[in-house]
Design a binder for this molecule. Structure first.
Ligand code: ATP
Ligand code: MG
Length: 582
């Protein structure tokens, strides 16, 4: 078994330190519980021997009372230590989850784009779950069980060397057998988990595509795959279940042998008059006591293996560094910002063709640039560079004269606003969706912005006004409405540069008019870059830049280009935007 012990200890200490007092309490309680378990059979021996020797009822009652007090104490202790243990485990793992989530949120888009939501859930929650038992139980559990085991064996040796030797050999043998046969079951469990993951992956993908599947008549096919996968799953589950039963039966058998051994030895010694009947009972009791730690050591070895895998995955995730880092903190000026692309090139994957080639242009503060180009020409990518979701592979991008690499991400992102092609709305109230959960923004301000954007009637039609919940994924809102909400977000954030990646889907005329008004409003006193798909939006621009395969095909004043019959833009206007941009 390959366990990164140092990593494990570092992780454990790091997350237990903030709650060291509780962790210490837990350790003490577990040790105390072990002591109680070892002491209790001694009372039984005294009780039986006193009874056999004809002791008084008072003495017997005294011993019985002590026994019960200790047993009850032990029960209370184990209940409480369970409670503390869960708390310690959850506190530690929640800290770890939070750290992982925060770390991942800071990673660059390159990281985010290559991971599916399912994988992220598995890595932030699944792996940490596997560690939970580990934080609360492992050290104390394994150590405690070893102490319990050794304690019981020492006490047996003290009773009689033959009994001690016999049961020590038994314990070692039983542990060896149990660890051995465990290996039979584990590959089956791995297969079950794999099938499990596959099934949920399948299910989530199909559920997300319900509409398409129904409309394209793919239901029967999906159901067939569903049955195939669940049938395969059953086979693995059955095998794993069988292996588990075999394991369990072997355990029962091994421990029956142990009990038999204890009885045989006791009978032999009792027959020779070397031990009392009470001691025979004591031997039997300790043999039973050995059973639990043996089983727990076995399961904890299993946990350890799972945890080892999880630890290395958690560490791996922490080791991923964001390629986009905070700069020294040069301040981006207030007000409208001028934009400079200085020989910027960009590639998504290292060996791919560049998406943007040696791009240079300058946009004066307060002006609006209409960005045109075929689908895939790199318009959205250009916008992402402005937002520093990625850094250019070569060259530089500057805002207000400050290189983006020199600014902090927080400053940059408060100065640039973006409305994307697909607006992401959260399952939260309208208010939270607009302010990104910033409760300091006053309601009046939000209502004012909505009114300005022509969303007043819409807002008043909502059952609970700003406190109406929006379902996640913006279901129930049209693409246009979602974009309008995104504009409202922009207004509230008040950036110096606005990037608008227009939705390419067609909108109804009423929403379209609202959107146009919103665009006008948002561009007042700001620099704007509009990735336009509709002519109406293009006419709002002061300058036009046409991208072709990541290169500047044409850049100039809109009116001048429109008047020049040889320009690409003029040609575009003649044949219609949709024709060429599609
Ligand atoms: P559209 O008009 O359809 O929105 P666009 O001009 O915005 O197109 P981009 O999204 O910038 O185009 O894409 C430019 C190129 O980069 C395309 O070839 C696209 O396949 C590729 N691309 C976009 N996003 C990624 C990504 N995350 N990883 C790898 N390649 C990408
Ligand atoms: Mg795009």
């Amino acid at each position: 078994m390959n366990i990164p012990l140092r990593q494990y200890i570092n992780l454990l200490l790091g997350y237990l330190r903030p709650q060291w007092a509780r962790a210490l309490l837990l350790a003490l309680m577990l040790l105390l519980s072990i002591a109680l378990q070892l002491v209790n059979p001694q009372f039984l021996r005294r009780f039986i021997d006193t009874a056999v020797a004809g002791g008084t009822v008072d003495t017997l009652l005294g011993i019985a009372a002590l026994y019960m007090a200790f047993a009850l104490g032990n029960q209370l202790l184990s209940a409480y230590s369970r409670y503390v243990g869960e708390n310690v485990g959850w506190t530690a793992t929640n800290l770890l989850r939070a750290d992982l989530a925060e770390h991942c949120l800071r990673l660059d888009m390159g990281f985010q784009k290559t991971r599916t939501p399912g994988e992220m859930i598995e890595r932030i929650d699944g792996d940490v779950n596997a560690l939970s038992n580990f934080f609360s139980q492992f050290v104390v559990g394994v150590l405690g069980n070893l102490i319990l085991l050794v304690g019981a064996l020492v006490l047996l040796w003290r009773v009689n060397w033959m009994v001690g030797l016999g049961l020590t050999l038994f314990a070692v043998g039983a542990l060896a057998i149990m660890l051995r046969i465990r290996e039979i079951a584990s590959p089956h469990w791995a297969a079950v988990r794999q099938a499990n993951a596959e099934f949920y992956g399948f299910l989530s993908e199909r559920l997300a595509g319900t509409e398409d599947i129904r409309s394209s008549g793919g239901v029967a096919y999906v159901m067939r795959r569903f049955h195939e996968i669940t049938r395969g799953w059953l086979v693995f589950q059955r095998k794993a279940g069988m292996a588990w039963s075999a394991l369990w039966m072997t355990n029962v058998f091994v421990f029956a042998l142990g009990t038999g051994l204890a009885f045989a030895l006791s009978a032999h010694l009792y027959g020779r008059g070397e031990i009392t009947i009470g001691t025979a009972y004591l031997i039997f009791n300790y043999t039973e006591l050995i059973r639990r730690p043996l089983e727990q050591i076995r399961t904890q070895m299993q946990d350890l293996q799972k945890a080892a895998a999880s630890i290395s995955r958690v560490r791996g995730l922490f080791d991923i560094r964001s390629r986009v880092k905070d700069g020294p903190g040069d301040h981006i000026p207030r007000g409208a910002l001028d934009v400079t692309f200085d020989s910027a090139s960009f590639t998504y994957e290292e060996d791919d063709e560049p998406v943007l080639h040696d791009l240079s242009f300058h946009l004066e503060a307060g002006r609006t640039l209409g960005l045109l180009g075929r689908t895939g020409s790199g318009k959205t990518t250009l916008a992402r560079l402005l937002f520093r979701l990625y850094d250019p592979t070569e060259g530089d991008v500057r805002l207000g004269g400050v290189s983006l690499r020199a600014a902090t991400l927080a400053d940059l992102r408060s100065r640039v606003g973006m409305v994307t092609q697909e607006v992401q709305l959260f399952h939260a109230t309208v208010r939270d969706n607009l302010t990104f959960f910033d409760s300091t923004v006053p309601d009046e301000r939000i209502l004012e912005v909505l009114e300005d954007l022509g969303l007043g009637p819409w807002c008043r039609s909502l059952s609970a006004g700003l406190n109406t919940e929006i379902a996640s994924g913006a279901s129930g809102l049209s693409a246009g409405e979602a974009q309008l909400l995104a504009f409202a977000r922009l207004f509230l954030a008040d950036p110096g540069l606005v990037v608008l990646d227009e939705a390419s889907s067609r909108l109804d005329p009423a929403t379209e008019r609202l959107l146009e008004r919103a665009v006008d409003k948002v561009l007042e006193g700001r620099t704007g870059i509009i990735i336009a798909h509709r002519l109406a939006t293009v006419h709002r621009a002061d300058e036009i830049l046409i991208l072709d395969n990541g290169r500047v095909l044409e850049h100039g004043d809109r009116k001048r280009l429109a008047a020049d019959p040889k320009s690409h833009f003029c040609h575009l206007l003649e044949v219609g935007l949709e024709e060429l941009l599609a």
